[in-house]
Write a protein that binds this ligand. Sequence first.
Ligand SMILES: CC/C=C\C/C=C\C/C=C\CC/C=C/CC(=O)SCCNC(=O)CCNC(=O)[C@H](O)C(C)(C)COP(=O)(O)OP(=O)(O)OC[C@H]1O[C@@H](n2cnc3c(N)ncnc32)[C@H](O)[C@@H]1OP(=O)(O)O
Length: 301
Amino acid sequence: MALTVGLRPLTRALLRPWARVPGAALGRPAAGSGDGVRCFGSPRVLVEPDPAAVGVAVMKMRNPPVNSLSLEFLTELLISLEKLENDKTFRGIIITSDCPGIFSAGLDLLEMYGRDPAHCAEYWKAVQELWLRVYLSNLVVIGAINGISPAGGCLLSLSCDYRVLANNPKYAIGLNETLLGIIAPFWFKDVLVNTIGHRAAERALQLGFLFPPSDALQVGIVDQVVPEDQVQSTARSVMAQWLAIPDHARQLTKNLVRKPTADRLLQQRDADIQNFVRFISRDSIQKSLHVYLEKLKQKKG
Ligand SMILES: CC/C=C\C/C=C\C/C=C\CC/C=C/CC(=O)SCCNC(=O)CCNC(=O)[C@H](O)C(C)(C)COP(=O)(O)OP(=O)(O)OC[C@H]1O[C@@H](n2cnc3c(N)ncnc32)[C@H](O)[C@@H]1OP(=O)(O)O
């Protein structure tokens, strides 16, 4: 039976069908343009032009304590990304965190635990939308990963064009869904397979590996590991290298490489939402989430 996906007005206004073609005319004018200072502020997403690099924006995630991807946070990220995408003065974004030690704790478990099916459907649609927005962005997207990034945080990192991770043993990265008693959806899995290869992904996904920086570099889930105080400067240098390529050639090439993966979801978005809602609503899965949330609480002592 098909689910009725009732979207709230803000989310409905934001979520549009995906038909972006590199080089195609971009949509509406950007907020903030024309006043000399482009700063797309929102409570949880700080976006500033990089003072040292023309055409580059730095997007800082600040949804304390752990940058968990709640529906509101996802919505703000989507709005900021759409504004940047539509502002022709920007050619690249560096995504980083404003929460010390945490890049993103992934999807917000409280959006999936004890919620009704309509809410879960709305939430999952926003998760899909953020992934598509980042993964298919025409901009160069560099992840300056300055903290731990499990599960959805790892997916966000994997969707960047290049990942720079701070060398701190606490800053593990990986798709750890199985440790929570849930599973990574097929499109999370596809992105990991594309990045580290089939066999490494098979092990990492089943065992819920969270790779510390040295292992993360070795397996290829990140591109570079640098001292913590050099993450931002390294991301800037990498950005300069990527921006030296003509946009149209880079964008078309990115699309060529990424579109087949994105299309697998685009062709079955509604079915994917229904699968998610059915899966997450199971008593056994809700029980697993409950146990995991309790463990997080107990860890505090
Ligand atoms: C057949 C199948 C068919 C179809 C299947 C279809 C779909 C697949 C189904 C489901 C897929 C769902 C995918 C989910 C992906 C995810 O992203 S799940 C989230 C994974 N995240 C984690 O495991 C991280 C959990 N958090 C931590 O490990 C630690 O919090 C962290 C190391 C990040 C930080 O540690 P620390 O600094 O010590 O902080 P605390 O642990 O004390 O946390 C502070 C408060 O934040 C709360 N919190 C932490 N993480 C989350 C989160 N992800 N969501 C919500 N809330 C979180 C934590 O409980 C604390 O709250 P409190 O202060 O106690 O109120």
